[in-house]
Design a protein around this ligand. Structure first.
Ligand code: ADP
Ligand code: ZN
Length: 745
């Protein structure tokens, strides 16, 4: 695989060129090396093995980047004397990392103030240097079976041969014969080895396999999107349309166009659980599967997929945000579905927003990007208003289906019975849907039994020892759990505060408690719970969705996983148990997020044959969020949001960065945050807010403080931050993390 190179005498080296090599490590930039041998200059993008101290590392030959704006780029490091440089040991025999990916790594690193090597590490995580071996299978050989002693096993193998070649594994299991029998038959010419067609995931996709008949409105939009793909240059388009209007159907036409041109497509979904239903639909449309990419994929599958993308074999990849780092060689289109979803934001490690970085990726690859949503983010709408994005609109649900009717259920006037959480108005309505043979769904974005356990005698609250958060009771698992750090403990027999017995009581509902209440109220109903912790895998989710579609379920109780783009044809009633839930906490984006989430939940109800009805249980019926949900006037709601954010330069009308300062003690965190605050730059128009306790002031045992930097859009925050933090010294337990464009503020 590798071409080894001998180290040459020192004097020869001076005449050689220095080559920057980016390593997947937290250095400020690439390190310089000498070429592997005189005259052998590997091109940028070549993967190489280089010495580093006493180790050897895989890196990528890098090139000078001219696409990162100068005010974003990190200053270059000091140049090392060429005589001290060491040569590259070997170049790897695989295709080079494409230029558009290299530029993306640079850009993302500069924008998020991350060492570029750490971004490269994400791109190389599944790096596969193996040469893909052609897969081989068996067909009938030259030898006439009549000339051979035929055993029952051999006869079964011959009988199991199909028109297309079959792999050893398939043949062995179909014929119930051992691989040794198959090899023996090959040796005497009864079987012949032939290449197998490519794996289903990388098989040829046929853009003409099963195209839909589009409505005139859909056809118009599809035509616009196809034209975008044909233009073969960057453009960004918001594809807006209520749930069920055919956004997916329409953007698949853009995918088809890219396929006709033989180019690759990346489709990003916010939730991997969605990928199974999406993939099934994709297969129906194109006659073969899309390659799936997410972090739960097995190592082997990931390596195969990574390589198939680099070799150009995988034409369409559907995946989570990490698919942005795949080495597409001939990208022709990017689609971000449910673009408003905050699940696109990566909060651990390298902090970036998948949707925003998808736009950057598209720009650097010079390809169109389509952002689809029923409730677009204010960011995207602002980009449309500023003329940066095109706006295409699908006005109606496909096939004449109506949008569900949303009704506010004022819990002050229609309270549930004592100790319960569902208003009789809602439970009566559910009963009636069952009577009509229809499905109902209860939505509550809270896992577990109860979000708070309180002592009735002394008021003691069960809190996480590592986080500023209450412990959530999970009655099924007999434990209390922290949803932030994973800490669990058994329910104590007595109150830890006053030692009273039997005094700890659950306060408020989680879905387990709603399940309990529903079982008592609807003893005959078939109930299915959908939550991220009850549906462990995409397969389990797919099975749940199948049961719902097959009407094996009457009542669905779910957390936000049910809000995503599912199609539940028999679901006509949705009850939102606590519509006010997301509104607390003083986050400026809370209202937008709540409207998006609840609108999405509501969109699950109703199809052409049976219009849907949605109940929102609320104690704040006069809240603008509730009004927007009832009126369905999303545009009007966004206009209000914009009016609130614009004067203060809050995103998207200004730039925002968060500094999260953390330490092992509250004092150390305060001290460090204060020091950083005192050194804040004074720049006209730029405001520093805080330090203040971070939204989770204690998280996984770390005390956290937050500073916010807010600036008008025409000021780049990266150089300010770089300058601000340049001289900062932190002790070993102290940390300063930068979050550019934080999702909550
Ligand atoms: P969205 O992505 O906007 O929620 P979809 O594309 O998923 O909408 O369409 C909603 C449902 O309507 C899907 O079941 C889809 O197959 C169906 N549908 C939409 N447009 C058409 C069409 N032109 N022909 C047939 N079915 C369609
Ligand atoms: Zn915790």
């Amino acid at each position: 695989m590798m071409r080894e190179t001998l180290v040459e005498p020192k004097d020869k080296r001076e005449s050689r060129e220095r080559l920057p090599v980016l390593l997947p490590l937290p250095f400020p930039g690439p390190l310089d090396y000498l070429p592997p041998s005189v005259g052998d200059i590997p091109e940028p993008g070549t993967l190489v093995r280089v010495p580093l101290g006493r180790r050897e590392e895989t890196g990528c030959v890098w090139d000078v980047d001219s696409t990162v704006p100068p005010d974003l780029a990190a200053p270059p490091g000091p140049a090392i004397d060429v005589r001290r440089l060491r040569p590259i040991r070997a170049t790897l025999d695989i295709p080079r990392l494409p230029q558009s990916l290299r530029r993306f790594v640079d850009w993302l690193a500069a924008y998020t103030l991350t060492p570029p090597g750490l971004v490269l590490a994400m791109a190389l995580r599944a790096c596969n240097t193996d040469t893909p071996r052609p897969r081989l299978g068996w067909t009938r050989g030259e030898t006439d079976p009549a000339d051979i002693r035929m055993t029952p096993a051999r006869a079964r193998v011959l009988g199991a041969l199909g028109n297309a070649p079959r792999s050893t594994g398939d043949l062995a299991s179909l014929a119930d014969a051992s691989p040794a029998v198959i090899r023996g038959m090959a040796a005497i010419g009864l079987l012949r080895e032939t290449p197998l067609p490519p794996e289903a995931h990388f098989a040829t996709l046929d853009p003409a396999f099963n195209p839909p008949v589009l409505s005139p409105g859909q056809a118009e939009v599809a035509q616009e999107l196809r034209a975008g793909v044909d233009a073969r240059c960057f453009s960004a388009t918001l594809l807006e349309g209520v749930t069920g209007s055919g956004k997916t159907e329409v953007y698949l036409e853009a995918v088809a166009e890219a396929l006709r041109q033989g180019r690759q497509v990346l489709v990003l979904l916010p939730e991997i659980a969605l990928s199974a239903q999406w993939a099934e639909r994709f297969t129906k449309r194109f006659g073969a599967q899309a390659a799936i990419w997410h972090s739960d994929l097995g190592t082997k599958r990931r390596r195969i997929t990574w390589r198939a993308v680099l070799d150009g074999q995988a034409r369409v990849v559907v995946g989570a945000r990490s698919a942005l780092f795949l080495p597409f060689v001939d990208l022709g289109l990017i689609v971000v579905d449910e673009e408003h979803d905050t699940a696109f934001k990566q909060e651990d490690g390298v902090t970036y927003h998948g949707r925003d970085m998808a736009v950057v990726r598209a720009r650097l690859a010079d390809v169109p990007i389509v952002l689809a949503s029923a409730t677009p983010s204010l960011e995207t709408v602002a980009n449309v208003e500023a003329g940066r994005y095109r706006h295409l609109h699908l006005a109606d649900r496909h096939g004449g289906a109506l949008m569900p009717d949303v009704e506010l259920l004022d819990m002050r006037t229609h309270p549930p019975e004592r100790g319960l959480f569902l208003s009789p108005v809602l439970t009566d309505a559910i009963e009636q849907s069952f009577a009509r043979g229809e499905q109902a769904m209860l939505f509550l974005n809270r896992r577990g039994y109860a979000p708070l356990t309180l002592c009735r005698a002394c008021g003691f609250r069960m809190e996480c020892p590592n986080c500023s958060a209450w412990l959530v009771e999970h009655r099924v698992r007999h434990e209390l759990a922290c949803h932030h750090c994973g800490h669990t403990e058994p329910m104590p027999p007595t109150c830890p505060g006053c030692q009273a017995e039997n005094s700890l009581v659950p306060i408020g509902p989680g879905i387990e408690r709603i399940l309990e209440e529903s079982r008592a109220r609807f003893p005959d109903a078939r109930i299915l719970v959908m939550a991220s912790d009850t549906l462990g895998s995409p397969q389990a989710t797919a099975e749940a969705v199948r049961q719902i579609s097959a009407r094996e379920v009457d009542l669905i109780i779910g957390t936000q996983i049910v809000a995503k783009g599912w199609h539940f044809p028999h679901l006509t009633l949705v009850g939102v148990v606590d519509a006010d839930l997301g509104l607390g906490g003083g986050d400026l984006r809370a209202a937008e997020r709540t409207v998006q989430l609840l609108h999405q939940v509501a969109g699950r109800a109703g199809r052409a044959e049976a219009p849907g009805h949605v109940f929102l249980q609320s104690y704040v019926c006069e809240h603008p969020v509730m009004k927007a949900l009832v009126s369905g006037d999303y545009q009007g709601f966004l206009a209000q949001e914009a009016a609130q954010r614009r004067p203060g330069f809050w995103p998207p009308y200004g730039r925002l960065a968060a500094l999260i300062v953390s330490a092992h003690t509250a004092e150390a965190a305060d001290r460090l945050a204060r020091t950083i605050g005192e050194h804040a730059p004074r720049i006209p128009g730029v405001q520093i807010l805080g330090p203040a306790p971070a939204p989770l002031a204690l998280l996984r045992g770390r005390h956290r403080r937050r500073l916010l930097l807010r600036a008008p859009r025409n000021i780049a925050v990266q150089p300010i931050l770089r300058h601000w933090l340049a001289g900062l010294r932190t002790a070993s337990q102290e940390k300063v993390e930068i979050d550019i464009d934080p999702v909550s503020f």
